[in-house]
Design a protein around this ligand. Structure first.
Ligand code: PEP
Ligand code: MG
Length: 755
């Protein structure tokens, strides 16, 4: 069974469209379970019916014709109860209805399992038997596992329009793909798929612009790989036994084989570019080998993969992919990275869609900083089929429409206009102070990281920088930046805001911020070597960064230094020792006009929440990193789409921890800021103000919205709001309450911008 399951799933994943995937499933299941019929019903939500989409054993004419209203028949029963149903005689069940048009008269045995994806029933997979037959537990488990795999393929099909084509014969998708979370805003644009180089499976389909050039490039790449192979073989001749050397000859034969060469050229002639066509032929070869009975031959699949990767590398070096980005680029990828985002010229980036990650991932934080809507964690994203397609990104509800209908496009263009109008109206607030209606001030600072977000931060009236993420200049390079290079980058930020304060955070790499040139392999990166831990283990990296930061501040003296991921006082002591050393060395070297900066720590690891008095003896201020604090308090990986719904900084436990930090810090007379994403959520900002936070730091795109919220309430109103919010027991209830308060106060426009 396990082998059949593995092969069926492989075949299904390779199927070019949903219809063929379903046909494979029903045929394979019928054969493997030795049943008389296997069928798949899919949900047609619009007509609230289950439609027979594929069957092996019924009349073919019934496909698409047999429709059962929701709740009707055994299929309806399986879908309603979201449970499998195993009956030795179907007609004994009270929910049974007889469907004559499929020719089902003689069937008795019935086993149906629901196809569920993200708590949504997408359909039902059914097997039938003429005789009475109660299916064995193992058989039920087999069907169950297939149904779980099928769920992903059906969601994919929803995105690429297959379902609507199957159901209505229409080419336009009205189905939205759901992401796990997003950053607010709406975008209409063209998908630009980004992918890791030298990863054949990640190559998207793309139209070949010049078929002859693609074919010539492919021939050259194959010839290049053949040369490499011959050289390798010659080099090894004295080292390896003859039978192992023969392996190279076998690979060269495979490389020259008609199947591989002609198959790829056929794919190019059919319109795909060379890497896309190569991906398909290599995929077919790999499966052919994997399907072989002989274990030795099965192993050869990895050689084919290796050949494919080598040809791809050659192709990429012959004609390196220089991306041109359309003016309304929507960056799409299996795992869009911060550096891929930074490659798109500002002004041409309209949206971001990533199959993995969440709104707390750093690429989403960057998108938010630039005011770009993003949908994260679309785990059913058919990345390979999206390049060049028109997309609508709905960052408010974390949805994505592929080839949207005219009505959907129009609706989102209207939303964009409304947002632009609101942003326009808010410009009047730039010069006005951030204070409540009864005069309580709350300074609002900007979060920055890219030099491109300095101007928007200045323009929105930020009173300084509350968090400058220095790892971003490190992420967009292919080596560690030198001290002078760093100094000049930091100087630009400090100068742009002087004399207003700029809080520069020392390097916080690790977790989801990996440097390509400093790879770290860990099972649990968010609980591993991150932030200050790396800096303290590599004093040479830390010292050169601190020296660059201190030198950048020369003569300006608006620098504050912030240490990330502090979990205990020893880390602070060690970091302070190094900072002092760097400072003294610079003075000795004759650097003038250097002032020792104020130093603060991020409160983002739960242990730090309980050590405020001890930490206050060592540092001048605290900044709450609500993103990591939420992640670590709730045990929710901020980057994992599967659990993104659980990630919520309004969780009462997070609110209590924050309040405790603020109270403890005030007892020892230290100011507290919040610089995590919650500071930019107008509803959350009101709660933080009520708790007595001293300042907030957020992306510039959120700043005027937060200011509007603050200016709309008095302190007594905010205290009442906090008291009422405190009574709720879960994040959803807190959020619903805050949103209704904003709406009642005429600030409904801000609610959309929240989570
Ligand atoms: C945070 O954790 O809230 C924070 C501001 O730091 P980062 O998002 O960069 O980890
Ligand atoms: Mg953090």
């Amino acid at each position: 069974m396990l082998d059949t399951l593995r092969r069926t799933i492989q075949e299904v994943n390779r199927a070019p469209d949903l219809a063929r995937a379903l046909a494979i499933i029903v045929a394979r299941v019928k054969q493997a379970m030795v049943v008389d019929v296997c069928s798949v019903y899919l949900v047609d939500n619009e007509r609230r019916q289950h439609v027979l989409m594929a069957a092996d054993g019924y009349n073919r004419e019934a496909l698409g014709e047999v429709r059962l209203n929701f709740g009707r028949g055994l299929v309806g029963e399986v879908a309603r109860r979201e449970e499998s149903l195993n009956l030795d005689n179907a007609s004994d069940h009270p929910a049974y209805v007889f469907t004559s048009d499929i020719g089902e008269e003689p069937f008795h045995g019935f086993l149906g399992v629901p196809i569920i994806q993200h708590r949504n029933v997408l359909g039902v997979l059914v097997v039938r038997q003429r005789e009475r037959r109660r299916f064995a537990e193992q058989e039920e488990a087999f069907l169950f596992t297939l149904a779980a795999q099928l769920a992903g393929a059906i969601s994919h099909a929803g995105a690429s329009g297959d379902i609507s084509r199957l159901l209505q014969g229409s080419d336009e998708s009205r189905y939205a793909l759901k992401g796990a979370s997003g950053t607010p805003g709406a975008a209409v644009g063209r998908a630009c798929v980004v992918y890791p180089l030298a990863n054949l499976e990640a190559i998207p389909d793309r139209m070949a612009e010049d078929v002859d050039a693609e074919i010539a490039g492919f021939h050259a790449a194959v010839a290049g790989v053949e040369r490499d192979m011959r050289m390798m073989s010659a080099r090894m001749v004295d080292t390896l036994p003859v039978e192992d050397i023969a392996l190279f000859d076998a690979l060269i034969l495979m490389l020259r084989s008609e199947n591989l060469v002609d198959g790829t050229i056929k794919g190019i002639r059919a319109g795909n570019w060379a890497p896309g066509a190569l991906r398909d032929t290599i995929g077919e070869h790999v499966t052919a080998f994997e399907d072989m009975e002989d274990p030795y031959l099965r192993e050869r699949a990895s050689d084919v993969r290796d050949l494919g990767r080598r040809i791809l590398e050659r192709l990429q070096s012959i004609s390196p992919v220089t991306r041109s980005f359309p003016p309304d680029t929507i960056l799409v990828g299996a795992e869009v990275s911060a550096s891929q985002l930074a490659e798109v010229p500002v002004g041409q980036l309209a949206g971001v869609v990533s199959a993995s990650g969440s709104s707390a991932s750093h690429v989403a934080i960057l998108a938010r900083a630039l005011g770009i809507p993003a949908v994260m964690g679309v785990d059913d994203l058919p990345v390979g089929r999206l390049d060049g397609q028109e997309l609508v990104v709905d960052g408010y509800q974390s949805r994505l429409f592929v080839r949207p209908s005219a009505a959907i496009r129009k609706e989102f263009q209207r939303l964009q206009r409304e947002e632009a109008e609101l942003t326009g109206e808010l410009q009047d607030l730039i010069e006005l102070p951030s204070e409540t209606s009864d005069g309580k001030r709350l300074p609002l600072y900007a979060n920055t990281g890219l030099l491109t977000d300095i101007t928007p931060s200045l323009r929105c009236g930020a009173e300084g920088v509350g968090l400058y993420r220095t790892e971003i200049p490190f992420l967009v390079r292919d080596r560690f930046p030198g001290e002078e290079e760093q100094r000049s980058t930091y100087r630009q930020v400090l100068e742009a805001f002087a004399p207003a304060p700029v809080t520069v955070r020392t390097l916080d790499i690790g977790g989801d911020k990996m440097l390509s040139y400093f790879p770290v392999e860990e099972d649990n990166p968010f609980l591993g070597w991150r932030g200050i831990r790396i800096s303290l283990d590599h004093p040479e990296i830390f010292l050169s960064q601190v020296r660059a930061i201190l030198r950048a501040d020369a003569g300006l003296n608006n620098l504050q230094l912030l240490l990330p991921m502090i979990s205990g006082v020893k880390e602070i002591d060690s970091a302070l020792g190094l900072i002092k050393r760097a400072y003294e060395e610079l003075l000795e070297e004759g650097e003038e006009k250097l002032e020792y900066p104020k130093i603060g720590v991020m409160i983002e690891v739960p242990s730090a929440v309980y050590q405020i008095p001890e930490m206050a003896k060592r540092v001048d201020f605290f900044s709450i990193g609500s993103n990591d604090l939420t992640q670590y308090l709730l045990a929710v990986d901020r980057n994992n789409a599967q659990v993104a719904e659980l990630f919520d900084a309004l969780h009462p436990a997070v609110l209590r921890a924050i309040r405790q930090v603020i109270d403890s810090a005030h007892e020892v007379e230290r100011p507290v800021s919040v610089c995590g994403e919650m500071a930019g959520d107008p509803a959350a900002a009101l709660l933080l103000l009520g708790m007595g936070v001293d300042s907030l730091s957020m992306s510039s795109a959120s700043l005027l919205r937060v200011k509007w919220a603050i200016r709309s309430f008095s302190m007594p109103e905010i205290s009442t709001l906090l008291d009422e919010a405190w009574a709720f027991e879960d994040a959803g209830a807190v959020r619903a309450f805050l949103h209704s308060t904003l709406e009642n106060a005429g600030l409904g426009g801000l609610v959309r911008a929240g989570r």
